[in-house]
Design a protein around this ligand. Structure first.
Ligand SMILES: *Cc1c(COP(=O)(O)O)cnc(C)c1O
Length: 250
């Protein structure tokens, strides 16, 4: 009894939270004269229980993200099993798009490619080349984002701003992957000017690459904005938000 009741309270809370997030996204879009339909919400499941993830999927969300390879494979397997067990449920999406949002080691590339829909974290040529050659062997054509270090913090992953254009040019020559945009993370700070400056840099770099034809027409995505800063990210042009704790925490 107690287990059932607490699970029910949990799922209701998640529904409430995700509705609140949608409202906040709509308000930020209104301020920025943008359409909520132009912004993709990736639900980051790294801190969620499987029952909570199932609840989110039942609400129609089918873009999910994880930052670790083993966890992504495990949760993707659990979710696939859940969908198989409910083949006739019209509320459930038929397909889940998995986003690898965390640092990716080259020796893990091959295991993740068959599951993943978008890799957000390509930041070296060696990693891009590994994805390219694994994709060729697997007969895949994965989509990737170039992760850019817009904060200048040395401990952060991501290619430095000054090296990003050259790396994008090199990645563009690789035939078995598709470079479709940029990803960045702002530093953990309450100072919204610092956060906004990072997102502005990413947006400027994004348009510069497009303007100078360093990248192709498929280069359309700007992945930025987490639970603590997604309103600013929307105002600065984000097309993909990666939200975890705003949906699952507390
Ligand atoms: C965990 C994580 C997120 C989500 O962070 P929240 O603050 O929980 O929304 C987004 N992006 C990356 C790369 C992450 O690792």
């Amino acid at each position: 009894m107690h287990g059932i009741r607490s699970q029910h309270m949990e799922t209701t809370k998640i529904t409430e939270k995700i509705r609140r997030v949608e409202g906040t996204i709509a308000e930020a879009c209104a301020r920025a004269h943008r359409e909520p339909g132009d912004i993709r919400l990736v639900v980051v499941t790294k801190s969620a229980e499987i029952e909570q993830i199932e609840e989110v999927i039942r609400l129609g969300y089918n873009h999910l993200g994880e930052n670790r390879v083993q966890q992504l494979k495990k949760v993707a397997g659990q979710v696939a099993e859940y969908l198989q067990q409910h083949p006739d449920d019209p509320a459930l999406p038929r397909e889940i798009h998995w986003h690898m949002i965390g640092h990716l080691q080259r020796n893990k590339v091959r295991q993740i490619l068959p599951t993943v829909s978008l890799v957000h974290s390509v930041d070296t040529l060696r990693l891009a080349e590994e994805i390219n050659s694994s994709a060729a062997r697997l007969g895949l054509s994965p989509r990737v984002l170039l992760q850019v270090n817009t904060s200048g913090e040395p401990q952060k992953y991501g290619v430095p701003i000054g090296a990003a254009t050259h790396l994008a040019e090199q990645i563009e020559t690789l035939p078995h992957l598709k470079l479709i945009g940029l990803m960045t993370m702002a530093p953990l700070t309450r100072n919204s000017d610092i956060i906004r400056a990072c997102f502005t840099r990413a947006r400027e770099l994004f348009y510069e690459m497009r303007g100078e034809k360093i990248v192709g027409n498929q280069f359309t995505e700007l992945s930025m904005g987490m639970s603590s800063d997604y309103e600013i990210a929307i105002e600065e042009g984000a097309t993909i938000l990666r939200l975890g704790s705003a949906i699952f925490a507390g």
